[in-house]
Ligand binder design. Structure first.
Ligand SMILES: NC(=O)C1=CN([C@@H]2O[C@H](COP(=O)(O)OP(=O)(O)OC[C@H]3O[C@@H](n4cnc5c(N)ncnc54)[C@H](O)[C@@H]3O)[C@@H](O)[C@H]2O)[C@H](O)CC1
Ligand SMILES: [K+]
Length: 238
């Protein structure tokens, strides 16, 4: 049985539905998304393996998830550093930045230099609204993540991948294969091209929503916001 996925258009529609008839606010969904990412990083890269987490943050909500994850990781005892070259004007992003500044989390302008002293990278550059060719200043960031000697965890999608068709055939992103992927709410079709450890984070979705959009709710355990699944969608038992 194959893992059930939702396409880019369905992901946008589902997001809208959660925030209208579902009565969630964007802040809540982003908080849950970032919390899921922080739990995955703790699981695959506990603090004793190295605390320096570099977070590549894009201009949209995928980037917002990265800012939230960085805050939780700071509270877990990690030392996050943020690369955020195209800051959204949206008040929500500004508040997330302020929360990190109040925790004395550093921001850097030099991604390749920061990568030299990182133990783990979070790719929160683009999610389900990415399209076309990667524009400046992000090509160098995607290339650096593709060549990183430390593990990379992608938020919702490996940035630069097409949501339906996976990695680009050539150019920026064609050699980008992150180690870990956290699918938010539900996996997207690109997961069939992904070879690393795959987690699903969406422990807020109602059975009715999952049924309407045609995906399965994974068996979350205990206090976990995430479940690791194999390519067939079966939970991975540790
Ligand atoms: N329900 C959920 O699961 C939630 C998921 N969330 C996360 O939000 C992203 C989708 O966010 P959105 O703001 O729609 O878009 P992105 O962050 O993917 O990117 C938009 C951003 O990027 C720019 N852009 C697009 N294409 C390119 C390009 N080729 N080059 C450069 N820049 C590009 C565009 O202009 C925008 O500025 C989803 O994946 C989840 O991670 C939310 O947290 C809510 C809950
Ligand atoms: K991403």
């Amino acid at each position: 049985m194959a893992l059930k996925t939702i396409g880019a258009a369905a992901a946008v529609a589902l997001d809208k539905e959660l925030m209208s008839t579902g009565a969630f606010s964007i802040d809540q969904l982003m908080e849950l998304a970032g919390l899921s990412v922080s739990q995955v990083v703790y699981r695959v890269h506990p603090p004793h393996k190295g605390k320096r987490i570099l977070v590549a943050v894009g201009p949209g909500n995928n980037g917002g998830d990265g800012l939230v994850a960085a805050r939780h990781l700071r509270h877990y005892g990690y030392q996050p550093t943020i690369y955020y070259p195209k800051r959204g004007k949206n008040e929500l992003y500004q508040r997330l930045v302020k929360q990190l500044e109040d925790l004395e989390v550093p921001f850097t302008d030099d991604f390749p230099a920061a990568l030299q002293s990182a133990d783990h990278v979070i790719d929160a550059v683009f999610g389900f609204s990415f399209s076309g060719e990667v524009r400046e200043p992000f090509p160098a960031v995607i290339n650096a993540m593709a060549e990183a000697n430390v593990p990379v965890t992608s938020v919702d999608a490996p940035s630069s991948w097409d949501i339906e068709n996976g990695p680009p055939k050539s150019g920026v992103g064609s050699n980008f294969h992150p180690d870990v992927l956290v699918s938010l709410t539900a996996p997207k079709p690109l997961v069939k091209y992904f070879k690393g450890r795959h987690f699903i984070g969406g422990r807020f979705v109602t059975p009715a929503i999952a049924k309407k959009y045609g995906f399965d709710l994974p068996p979350y355990e205990g206090l976990d916001q995430v479940v690791e699944v194999d390519p067939d969608g079966k939970p991975v038992k540790l």
